[in-house]
Design a protein around this ligand. Structure first.
Ligand code: NI
Length: 180
């Protein structure tokens, strides 16, 4: 089932997620729905926060073939490489906005997999950036918060304007629909 993705600056994107208590059927369903939503939106990562579920769960797939899903439950970054890199980032919650963010080149992360089994992973390059970006979402942080105040406000204004126009279009459509 496709889930609606919250759009910045929706304040629900700033809610801090709580740990998943049990990897049960509800979580399995959420994982399946989040993967479907991420693939449909052509994203490489999606945090539960973005679909308005405030629990520590993210799905990622940085493969070109789009068939290497990675599920991180209760993920914690246990090590950041001192070496950093500035790269261009985007986000499904901030459509069409891309900007430079500095991140560690590599990270180590401990987490539970989709079966609830404890795992560890050392990631670098795109996967390391993606993990840092998605885990920020679980802390209620969107990548645009790393940008200058000026850029941040500009993006916020632009997004609000788009959202207002979308709302207007939706209202107009409702009004012009023939009532039979
Ligand atoms: Ni994002």
């Amino acid at each position: 089932m496709l889930l609606p993705i919250l759009a910045f600056p929706d304040p629900r994107l700033n809610i801090v997620a709580k740990p998943v208590v049990e990897v049960d059927q509800r979580i399995q369903k959420l994982i399946a729905d989040m993967l479907e939503t991420m693939y449909d939106a052509k994203g490489i990562g999606l945090a539960a926060t973005q679909v308005n579920v405030h629990e520590r769960l993210v799905v990622i797939d940085v493969s070109d073939t789009r068939d290497q899903p990675l599920v991180l439950i209760n993920p914690e970054i246990t090590w950041y490489s001192p070496e950093k890199h500035v790269g261009e980032e985007g986000c499904l919650s901030v459509p069409e906005i891309y900007d430079k963010v500095e991140r560690s080149v590599a990270v180590k992360v401990s987490y539970l997999d989709a079966k609830g089994k404890p795992q560890q992973l050392e990631a670098d390059d795109m996967l390391a950036v993606c993990i840092q970006h998605e885990l920020d979402h679980l802390l209620g942080k969107v990548f645009v918060e790393y940008l200058s105040k000026l850029k941040f406000n500009r993006i916020k204004t632009k997004m609000l304007k788009i959202q207002r126009e979308e709302e207007k279009d939706a209202q107009y459509e409702k009004m012009s629909r023939p009532k039979l």
